[in-house]
Design a protein around this ligand. Structure first.
Ligand code: FAD
Ligand code: SF4
Length: 489
């Protein structure tokens, strides 16, 4: 067992960071990365690799770090993960590779502190590679060219990953994005203090350098149909539509003013710069008592954004997260919960909102809640939350942000009934090829379902890309295609 203490990562102090949107986790410097990498036991059967949804060769990349072969570490990660700088910042490692690390005790619900800080090491290698290695492969990647055109719908991690993989194979890719900026949740959902925009912009600019075209403000299914894309000469289509439809609480008063869905709240701030109103055209209301309902990453992001807006607008920080289970069952990243607490956010566990009350002008002022207790585990394995009779109480609230879940984006699937969906409105795909019910149309990411993580979305996109290349090959003679796509196998 490793005896050395885990190397702490540097962070911007809580009081300083809540007055801005600057990055919270500052990452390892070289000395710290080497020290942390040296803690890895280089297990004979490394469990961490199985814990990673795309099976990055974690043992090898950490070993390369210990030898100061930073480029080698970066390239090892890139074999499985297109955007290490992004994943190193936002991957829920404590539920994945770090939880599986041999230094986490068995049956622990999430990684122990002793587990190797794989995500911080990945971020170190990712940032090194982004600055020093990627430019070396750019010329080589750009030289490949083929006659094939593929359309990618949606510019979230699934769409970006698919576009990058295809572009590297010489395929001409056009991304169609409904919003006015690219990145999907990476831009409109996750705040810049977790994922600085220069990191995201760098990866998107690199795709553009490889020849990927990005057409914004363009909704496939409305502005153009799938058939039209095929008729225009796109040989295949990848759908990375995401799960951008918010769920609401079906309780009285849910439509009162100043009750936001977390998606709307975060989109207004992250994508539309509402915190700069009136300089930006999008306003956002801020209150003295903000309540966020939910226990996932979206709830943590909404609460931490709300806290910053309170601070930046001269209010006392008073944001409370209400969650129906306990902290142990919260699906949010442990790191984000810890950061939220450090930033002064309060938590009320075992709470079920049952109504909102408002004033004569229709603005919310009170939330009514029932207290709950935990019952037996449900289908997700988490213990059910059971409301306690006669436990209702009122609590003041002048802004409520609802973060209780997201559903599939149905803009396209509603318009194309031939696309088979399941009861959750997710696209049904062949899990080996990621092909949908329409030949030549593939899908990946949240629109297909799964754990709803960035790395999983990218893993699905990578799988789809391999199938798309095979599909292109099958439509044309192999010889012909090899001439057109030099690197295809
Ligand atoms: P998305 O990122 O949703 O992108 C889909 C894109 O498709 C959008 O830009 C949308 O506008 C576009 N689109 C949809 N339909 C059309 C159409 N018909 N025409 C054109 N464009 C269209 N995961 C983690 O791993 N770690 C985290 O810390 C984390 N935090 C999160 C925080 C928040 C607030 C949210 C909402 C999610 C978070 N997640 C996190 C989940 C993660 O972001 C998603 O699993 C991931 O973004 C899914 O990627 P995607 O490409 O499938 O979809
Ligand atoms: Fe073993 Fe953990 Fe190192 Fe993976 S990260 S090789 S599980 S010590």
């Amino acid at each position: 067992m490793a005896k050395k203490e885990p190397v702490k990562v540097q962070e911007c102090p809580a009081q300083e960071r809540i007055a801005s949107f600057c990055e919270v986790v500052l990452g390892y410097n070289e000395e710290e990365a080497l020290k942390e990498a040296a803690r890895c036991l280089q297990c004979k059967n490394p469990a961490c690799i199985q814990g990673c949804p795309v099976n990055i060769d974690i043992k090898t990349f950490i070993n390369k770090l210990t030898k100061k072969d930073y480029a080698g570490a970066y390239l090892t990660i890139k074999e499985k993960n297109n955007f290490p700088s992004i994943c190193g910042r936002v991957c829920p490692a404590e539920y994945q590779c770090r939880k599986a690390c041999v230094l986490t005790p068995k049956n622990s619900p999430f990684a122990s502190e002793a587990a190797i800080n794989i995500h911080f090491l990945e971020r170190f290698a990712g940032d090194f590679g982004k600055d020093k290695v990627l430019s070396l492969s750019e010329k080589k990647d750009r030289e490949k060219s083929s006659a094939f055109r593929v359309a990618v719908v949606g510019s979230g991690p699934a769409g970006l990953c698919c576009a990058g993989e295809l572009a590297r194979q010489g395929v001409h890719v056009t991304i169609f994005e409904g919003l006015h900026n690219s990145g999907g949740v990476l831009r409109y959902g996750i705040p810049p203090f977790r994922l600085p925009r220069n990191i995201l912009d760098f990866e998107i600019d690199y795709l553009k350098k490889l020849g990927v075209k990005i057409i914004l403000n363009f909704i496939i299914g409305k502005t153009k149909t799938l058939d039209e894309l095929f008729k225009e000469g796109f040989a295949a289509i990848f759908l990375g539509l995401g799960a951008g439809t918010p769920s609401f609480l079906g309780v009285p008063g849910k439509n009162l003013c100043n009750i936001y869905s977390a998606n709307e709240f975060l989109t207004r701030v992250n994508l539309m710069n509402a915190f700069q109103f009136p300089k930006s055209h999008t306003p956002i209301n801020i209150g003295k008592k903000i309540i966020v309902i939910g226990g996932g990453n979206t709830a943590m992001d909404a609460a931490r954004v709300a806290t910053r807006l309170q601070k930046m607008n001269g209010f006392d920080v008073d944001t409370t997260v209400f969650y129906r289970r306990t902290e142990t069952e919260m699906p949010a990243r442990r790191l984000e919960i810890q950061h939220a607490k450090e930033e002064g956010i309060k938590f009320e566990f075992l709470m079920q909102p049952v109504a909102f009350k408002g004033d004569d002008n229709g603005y919310v002022h009170t939330m009514t809640c029932l207290r709950c207790q935990l019952g037996s585990p449900d289908a997700s394995g988490r213990r059910k939350s059971i409301p306690i009779e006669h436990s209702a109480f009122d609590t003041p609230c002048d802004i409520a942000i609802i973060a209780v879940g997201l559903e599939a984006n149905t803009l396209l699937t509603q318009a194309v009934p031939e696309l088979k969906t399941n009861k959750f409105k997710n696209l049904v795909v062949n899990l080996k090829t990621m092909q949908t019910s329409i030949k030549g149309v593939y899908a990946g990411g949240d629109i297909v379902g799964g754990e709803g993580t960035i790395i999983e979305a990218m893993g699905m996109a990578k799988k789809a890309t391999q199938a798309i290349i095979k599909y292109l090959e099958s439509r044309h003679s192999k010889k012909n295609l090899k001439q057109q796509i030099p690197n295809s196998k």
